[in-house]
Design a protein around this ligand. Structure first.
Ligand code: ZN
Length: 447
């Protein structure tokens, strides 16, 4: 007797789309077959629906403990589940405290256990002030360490100088853990910020203060340090095709690097900031249309490994400032990742559905050592989303599960509707509502 059978869906597997029944027992996928004859406690008819592996988003900021008024775990994970997500990796900032040592890890873990409706992992911070605490974080089970190569905007999370990054990478390499970098040059962006501010404070000067070459300089330096230390490097939110090309070239030479970009770099260009305003501010900034085309070409070619949302909201009042440099940046998008990729990737550019599933689930699970997540295959955890690709939806404020109903994607029409999301064979989102699962689990490497 199975716990669940999903009948007649189109399963998006690593080998391609396959129409089959999917059987679940004890939270795991126990069978995939053209027709499962065994009976089950629960049956779901998925005729005409696509079954995607649950999304693994390696890059979110839910800001709890301490700053739940920015987003919070309950609303953030709900939005993620509504978008087909089942595992997120929470960044070590902008919670208070930041995740920089064992007590702050423990505090965040208990908040996540109490409030999340999906599985999760924790990033630990790597900063000049917590090198001596990295080992505690590794023992606690962080998925990796996150470092900023430029100012993070938060005094409690200072940028890594090269020496700190080098020492942190050496330690992480010893423990087999990845180091993720926000790759923008502090020296160059600080200099250009001063220079551009003297001219004006609109989005145009802001974008001009962080040009593509300032990203390339930091990527190059991080690659060199990773090569030298043997550390697994993960470059978050690469905004440019040139940045991807640079890192992909190093990967071809044997540097152990994975490349992440975000839906907003694929969905918007810098010119959209004219109407998006503050909701479209991020760092690195949105790029020109030609740079975006190059980024899409790199996605197409398979050079990008992972698409993470970098969901990073803030209270609306922090986004109201005529000075584009001074207003708080960060894109609210964790609910829309799959929607963007289905509309912009599959429908518009013909990206295969299994390629999208690889970017959003398979590759992140593999890269970060989640051995039973990220794909629809026997023996893997039964994390999946049922998606109706014959419908579309226009994103309205009432659809958003975020604490603040703000997002650059509001008002846009997307192909596909996520009808339900399942974690270990239990529904966590259906009929527009969140259902708390019986258990959520901390994900660590090789689990
Ligand atoms: Zn981020």
């Amino acid at each position: 007797m199975l716990d669940l059978v999903v009948r007649g869906g189109k399963l998006v597997t690593p080998a391609g789309v396959q129409q089959a029944d999917l059987g679940v027992l004890d939270g795991q996928i126990s069978q995939i077959a053209e027709e499962i004859t065994e009976s089950a406690r629960q049956e779901v008819l998925a005729t005409g629906r696509y079954v995607f592996p649950g999304l693994v988003d390696v890059h979110v900021h839910f800001n709890e403990p301490g700053q739940a008024h920015w987003e919070g775990i309950e609303t953030g994970s709900a939005a993620f589940a509504a978008g087909g997500g089942t595992v997120f990796f929470d960044m070590p900032l902008n919670s208070l405290p930041c995740t920089l040592d064992a007590p702050s890890f423990d505090q965040k873990l208990s908040a996540l256990r109490a409030l999340s409706c999906t599985d999760f992992a924790l990033w630990g911070g790597l900063t000049p002030k917590n090198l001596e605490h990295l080992s505690e974080l590794a023992e606690r089970g962080v998925i990796g360490f996150k470092a900023f190569m430029c100012n993070s905007g938060l005094p409690e999370f200072p940028a890594c100088d090269d020496a700190t990054l080098y020492e942190g990478m050496r330690l992480a390499a010893e423990w087999g853990l990845p180091v993720a970098v926000h790759a923008e040059s502090e020296i160059l962006t600080a200099h250009l910020t001063r220079k551009m501010r003297a001219k004006g404070v609109s989005w145009r000067e802001y974008v001009a203060s962080r040009p593509v070459f300032t990203e390339l300089e930091a990527i190059q330096r991080a690659l060199l340090l990773a090569q030298e230390t043997g550390c697994k490097l993960h470059i978050v939110h690469i905004s440019s095709g040139a940045g991807v090309a640079l890192a992909a070239e190093a990967r071809a030479r044997g540097v152990d690097v994975s490349l992440e970009t975000c839906p907003h770099y694929l969905a918007f260009t810098e010119d959209d900031l004219e109407w998006l305003g503050a909701t479209g501010k991020c760092a690195p900034p949105l790029r020109s249309a030609s740079e975006q085309d190059r980024l899409w070409a790199e996605v197409w070619a398979g050079s990008v490994d992972i698409i993470g949302s970098d969901h990073s909201p803030a209270p609306p009042e922090m986004k109201q400032n005529p000075d584009f440099f001074a207003l708080w940046g960060g894109i609210a998008g964790v609910q829309s990742t799959l929607a963007v990729m289905l509309s912009q990737g599959w429908q518009r550019r013909g990206l295969a559905l299994e390629h999208i599933a690889a970017l959003l689930a398979l590759n992140p699970a593999k890269r970060f050592g989640l051995k039973r997540k990220g794909q629809l295959a026997v023996g893997f955890e039964a994390d999946f989303a049922l998606v109706n690709l014959s419908q579309s939806h226009t994103l309205a404020p009432q659809d958003l599960h975020y604490r603040h109903r703000l997002s650059p994607y509001l008002g846009q029409t997307f192909l596909g509707v996520v009808e339900s999301t399942w974690l270990r064979g239990e529904p966590i989102f259906k009929e527009g509502k969140i259902v708390r699962p019986s258990e959520v689990r901390l994900q660590t490497r090789n689990l």
